[in-house]
Design a protein around this ligand. Structure first.
Ligand SMILES: [Zn+2]
Length: 165
C-alpha cells in the first residue's frame, strides 16, 4: 500500500541522512557525556516504541514494558554495527522494540523470523518514501504474508515511524 503522507525521508542517494549521521556520531563520539546523553535518548526512543507496541496488543503491564524495553535496547546496542543507512536510524532503532515484542509475545520464532525482523526497518522506509517494498524485498514480503507475528511487528513499526520516529 502506498502512503499518501508527505515523506520526511531522505533521498536514498545521500543515506544515511544528516539526522541519522548525527545519532551515530553522538553514540560513538569521543565526548563521554555526549555519548551517555545519546544513549539515554536512544533508550527513551526504544521504550516509547515498546509502549506503542504493547498498547497495540492491549497490554499495559509496566513491568513487562520495562523488561521488553531493556532487552530491545541491549540488543540494539549490540547491533549498532549492523546499521547500513537503508532506513533512518530512528526507524532502525525502533525496529528492535517491535522485533522484541514479536519474538516474546507474537510467536515470531522461526529462523526466518530473525531475518525478517532484522529487515522490517528497510521495508517500512521503502513504503514511507512511496516505493514498493514487495518488489524490492520479495522474500521478506512472502514471509510477512505467511507470518502474523512478523506482520504485526512491521505494522507497528510503520505506524510508529509515521507518527514520530
Ligand atoms: Zn516471522
Amino acid at each position: 500500500m502506498l502512503s499518501a503522507v508527505p515523506s520526511p525521508c531522505p533521498d536514498p542517494a545521500s543515506a544515511p541522512d544528516p539526522d541519522s549521521r548525527a545519532w551515530l556520531a553522538a553514540l560513538s563520539g569521543g565526548d563521554e557525556r555526549e555519548r551517555a546523553r545519546a544513549a539515554g535518548r536512544l533508550r527513551s526512543l526504544v521504550a516509547r516504541a515498546v509502549r506503542d507496541g504493547l498498547r497495540g496488543r492491549g497490554e499495559r503491564d509496566p513491568d513487562l514494558a520495562a523488561e521488553a524495553a531493556e532487552a530491545a535496547f541491549e540488543r540494539l546496542r549490540a547491533s549498532l554495527d549492523a546499521y547500513d543507512g537503508s532506513s533512518r536510524f530512528t526507524v532502525f532503532a525502533a525496529s528492535f522494540a517491535f522485533a522484541e515484542l514479536a519474538r516474546t509475545l507474537g510467536g515470531a520464532r522461526s529462523p526466518d523470523c530473525r531475518d525478517c525482523l532484522a529487515a522490517i526497518a528497510e521495508h517500512v522506509e521503502i513504503e514511507l518514501v512511496g516505493g514498493s517494498p514487495g518488489g524490492a524485498m520479495p522474500a521478506l514480503e512472502a514471509h510477512l504474508g505467511a507470518c502474523p507475528g512478523c506482520a504485526d511487528a512491521r505494522e507497528g513499526l510503520h505506524d510508529f515511524a509515521l507518527r514520530r520516529a
